[in-house]
Write a protein that binds this ligand. Structure first.
Ligand SMILES: *Cc1c(COP(=O)(O)O)cnc(C)c1O
Length: 383
């Protein structure tokens, strides 16, 4: 049996999405900037796509900028505000995705000040910590909506209120949450919000940045002035059409999918915690419907992932980006897990195509694999 349980890394492209995209690789190949019929057809598809993406987060079409990825959206939001101001202070958290963390570290080198807020044992940022970190020169707060490794959902409504009260711009990386849980940008007081297509059954290489009307950004890409001058590049029309279709499907199926996925996830959590010395990471309830993440004492997450892979099961340890480095995950360290325990982490992220049978197979295989690894582990000292 082949079971894909790594949807936080990427998702399969939905068949309906693929169908929607195909004509734009074929007869509808026009450049959306061209004046002729081919161009107008592409432009129209682009405008319709903007409306569809906007609807998912209750924004307006003119507040959406298409980018090349979630990473680019994060870069554009943070560098865009930073370079518009020229100097100042940024508040973020220690558990952000590298697309935010590394951008902030880069800006530190360029003379900006950055506060990296700690989180509690569940990965939650405390809104009062955000408020206490605000200075006269604070230009931006960037706190993710939901964490990609442990699934914890941050209190972004409260943080948005604080940002609004102090007149500071607020960005959130919603790459993991958009399409999975409700987002209403009008409710959460957010000024900038990042999304990515391939995390929600759309194609890779497409993202979006919501920019609240009136918020001014310095572009990162200079050129022909596409996307109101905020992101020059000939638009990836096929990819954008696919992303929009993926958003439409998420909007249609959000509750149905979330119910089914939550039930499977809770079954996983309940069964996995029966394995001795296994621990859940992230918040017990304030977490994404599809995320179940753990650590197991006495084993290496990498070995666990490879052993599961040999049985046809795809999972990850930490995140796809950090699992290539042999460092413990910055997220797990930030929630207070000891480095040697953090190395034994496993992330299981479900998707809408997963079945009960697949989960049962995983739950049958996992305890055997954990036991096998512990038998040969010098780190496992059984009494
Ligand atoms: C995947 C991810 C990104 C990066 O998105 P890409 O489209 O893969 O560049 C950013 N933030 C979070 C939280 C993610 O999970």
């Amino acid at each position: 049996m082949k079971v894909y349980l790594d949807h936080a890394a990427t998702t399969p492209v939905d068949k309906e999405v693929l169908e929607a995209m195909l004509p734009f690789f074929d007869e509808k190949f026009g450049n959306a900037s061209s004046l002729h019929a081919y161009g107008r057809e592409a432009r129209e598809a682009l405008e319709k796509s903007k409306e569809e993406v906007a609807k998912l987060i209750n924004a307006d079409a003119d507040e959406i900028i298409f980018t090349g990825s979630g990473t680019e959206s994060d870069n554009l939001a943070i560098k865009g505000i930073a370079f518009k101001h020229g100097k100042g202070h940024i508040i973020t958290s220690k558990i952000e995705h590298p697309a935010v963390l590394e951008t902030c570290k880069y800006l530190e080198k360029k003379g900006f000040d950055v506060t990296f807020l700690p989180v509690d044992e569940y990965g939650l940022v405390k809104p009062e910590d955000v408020e206490n970190a605000i200075r006269d020169d604070t230009i931006l707060i960037s706190i993710m909506h939901a964490n990609n490794e442990i699934g914890t959902i941050e209190p972004i409504e409260e943080i948005g209120e604080i940002a609004r009260k102090h007149g500071i711009l607020f960005h959130t990386d919603a790459v993991q949450s958009a399409g999975k849980i409700e987002i209403d940008v009008k409710k959460i007081n957010v000024d900038l919000l990042s999304m990515s297509s391939h995390k929600i059954y759309g194609p890779k290489g497409v993202g979006a940045l919501y920019v609240r009307r009136g918020v001014k950004l310095e572009p990162v890409l200079h050129g022909g002035g596409h996307e109101k001058g905020m992101r020059s590049s000939t638009e990836n029309v096929a990819g954008i059409v696919g992303f929009a279709k993926a958003c439409e499907i998420c909007r249609r199926r959000m509750h149905e999918d979330a119910d089914k996925i939550t039930r499977l996830r809770d079954k996983i959590i309940k069964e996995v915690l029966k394995i001795e010395e296994s621990y859940l990471t992230g918040h017990p309830t304030r977490r994404l419907p599809n995320n179940a993440s753990f650590y197991f004492k006495g084993i290496e997450g990498e070995s666990l992932v490879l052993m599961l892979d040999a049985k046809g099961i795809a999972t990850s340890t930490g995140s796809a980006c950090s699992s290539k480095k042999l460092q413990a995950s910055h997220v797990l360290l930030a929630i207070g897990i000891r480095p040697e325990d953090a190395h034994g982490s496993l992330r299981v992220t479900l998707g809408r195509e997963n079945t009960e049978e697949e989960i049962d197979y995983f739950l049958e295989v996992l305890p055997e694999v954990v036991e096998e690894l512990r038998k040969i582990s010098p780190m496992w000292h059984k009494k």
